[in-house]
Design a protein around this ligand. Sequence first.
Ligand code: AHR
Length: 496
Amino acid sequence: QAADIKLVVNADQPGPVIHRNIYGQFAEHLGTGIYEGMWVGPESKIPNVRGWRKDVVAALKELKVPLVRWPGGCFADEYHWREGIGPRKQRPVKVNTTWGGVAENNAVGTHEFFDLVDQLGAEAYVNGNMGTGSPQEMAEWLEYMTAEGHSTLADLRRKNGHDKPFKVSYFAVGNETWGCGGNMRPEYYADMYRHWATFLKTPENNRPKFVASGGNDQDTTWEDVLSKSVRFNFDAISHHAYTFPSGQWEPKGPAAGFPEAEWISMLSQVSKIDSTLTKTAAVLDRNDPKKRLEIYFDEWGSWYDPEPGSNPGFLVQRNTLRDALLAALHFNVFHAHADRVKMTNVAQMVNVLQAMILTSRDKLVLTPTYHAFALYTPFQDATSLPATIENNPVYKVGATEMPELSATAARGRDGKLYVGVVNSNATQGAELVLQVGANAPKSVKGRLLTATAMDAQNELGKAPQVTPVAYEAQAVDGRLTLKLPAKSIVVVAVEG
Ligand code: AHR
């Protein structure tokens, strides 16, 4: 008889806190991610509060969105903040050269962004322009947002409707400076960062955490160079890694209608994120042994071939059950690295790449990824706990293999013990004996997310195929068994 598969949680060995910003979001001026998807303008017939869609904001609030990164991405390095303030009708219209060549009318600027984060109850993460800006422009944006007393820029902010300084929690100096942000070498960027950061000044009580643009995918050279050479106004390094079914940039593979080989090729790649974070932490432990620097994984998620018929520059893609599992596997990895990883930002919040919400005119649907985020909300600011899976089966399709089950555990802020488990096997269910220390808990209660098809999705005008359902289990003869259907996520609170 095969040995039991066990999940053993050590509730008496608390680890680091899982920062709520691990559940952060990213909203870029890209396609309909902001315009249409969230911003419709105050004159729109679509119900809105000062231009922001009520339905979208309400759905995002359910996710307890802790933080939003804006205005890009690649867009950030062509964004000039002065064009996005003052009367909206007088703002310049530019070509969004990075994303689809469409008109950017600057209707959403600094004040509108801060209104959005206020409506969401989230923190603001602003990404500055190093690519086409100047240290002066960047420093003046910070002054405009944060200055308290009398200065021309602070007075201009007041004239534009915001008396008090905005709270800028995080500020990034450039984005992907190895690529769209300027095609720099890490040594050159490190010197640029040292130079520019010298002039980024704010009142002490409104100083953001300053973020340097770091590496991509499995490359940790940037983290090494930056952590060796930068000291001032330097709190965190960003890192980006997207997942493509083909494992390469082009062609990426479809978002739906894929074989099981592409299901596993996506999910198995999350182990690369895990090993990159282990490598990055080792680099930082060497160069920053006091653990002052934080890692912000501020772009991650699935990236597929664009939806047929869409503007390829809009990065429109479907969102299926596979994306929900991909997200949950990322969460489990991020929790395991919670001592250094203090923020992550899924790309992106609405209508772009691995979105939470897809909109069409005045309608919206909640994607499977949305539901994965919803299931994991109890982990925000929870204290991580060691969780080990014994006898974890190997899930194999063709030459690709991965552990069938992935788990995480934490003590929530409400004092409850939470467990999250993902069964990546697309065809086989799994049974997992849950132990807390040496004991079997009495019962568990929570939610389960699964569907019949690997590419099940929620589409406008059709009954949703992927929605969470209630899940519970009780101990029988001193054993509590979690039954996980094929391709599923379960998050439960443990009792007894
Ligand atoms: O999220 C889409 C793009 O991906 C971002 O603008 C850029 O930073 C990354 O390459």
